[in-house]
Design a protein. Sequence first.
Length: 395
Amino acid sequence: MSGPLTGLRIIDAATLFAGPMAAMLLGDFGAEVIKVEHPRGDPVRDHGYQKDGINLWWKMLSRNKKTVTCNLSTPQGQDLMRRLVETSDVLIENFRPGTLERWNLSPDNLLELNPGLVIARVTGFGQSGPYSSRPGFGTLAESMSGFAAITGEADGPPVLPPFGLADGISALAVANAVQMCLYHRDTRGGGGQIIDLAIIEPILSILGPQPIWYDQLGVVQERVGNRSVNNAPRNTYMTRDDRWVAVSTSAHNVAERVMKLVGHAQVISEPWFGTGRGRAQHAEELDAMVGGWIGQRDLDDVVEQFEQASAAIAPVYDIADIFEDPQYQALDSITSVDDPDLGVIRMQNLMYRLSATPGAIRWSGRGIGADNEAVYGELGLDSEDLKELSAQGVI
């Protein structure tokens, strides 16, 4: 069975994370993805840990992608890109605004070559505005979006995530936007179009009602650690055997169950307990009750009793815990992939399961230029042409 995007051809000319991850997500569900990287190699190939000189991040991020090299700053490389675009459905790029134009690869020119092309332009700050020419990374988006300002302890500094959060959110947004454009093109008779995605915006969109709170009430959300201004108890608590657990009581009936379980049913009758905001104003008191009970018990006992009470709890896992967890194992969330360099490797599986058209990880990230001959051969280039282009530094 094939994925729902089988038959689509996507050019991934982006670097680092947001654009390439979007291409990976689309490739997971059947799209043919051609990764175009500079002959010296994509920057991700030097990021993070390696084994035997082989980059591990690349193996995951570039799965299901054919890899070709192309120096887009050269006229010959620009010609190769134009020829690839003519037979493709989507181009994903994240060069600074004006770069494609300088290379004679402007979206207008590409759409003349292929009127049905969807062009996703992924930048830190978008294609217009006073910051558009600045270099932009996910860290800056996590800072400017309001995320860092509300993350961390009240008396501590703003906290940035130790991974590409804004990039990951943007990747999901890009993949969604691409599919919207393809739907418009293929079912509504529309043409291609340009997606302008600024990485500072998707993360802002998921941060909840902050803008309307500020607009209507002048409220500026502050850092409260693991607590919530909307409900309580909501925090992390340490068990007797030094394991952390997270408790959530977003629903009122769950809050009641938690307080009954930890032996403090009396607080349920307090007037303030009736609303999430009221409970949040008594978070210190509720945390002491819940944390005191959890601290007297080992992890397995705590989780078992919470489950029996239908109260929401989860252990705080690291990646080693995730590998061993039976729920993740049942979902095959961490799956095995055969790799020609490293043998069997394990990585995140597809994000969701489709009943009729499931996707698949067909292969892991490939070597530099692994598919030059196959992909460029479709354009009519033979081995001698490729040797010449390689000698010229084009591929």
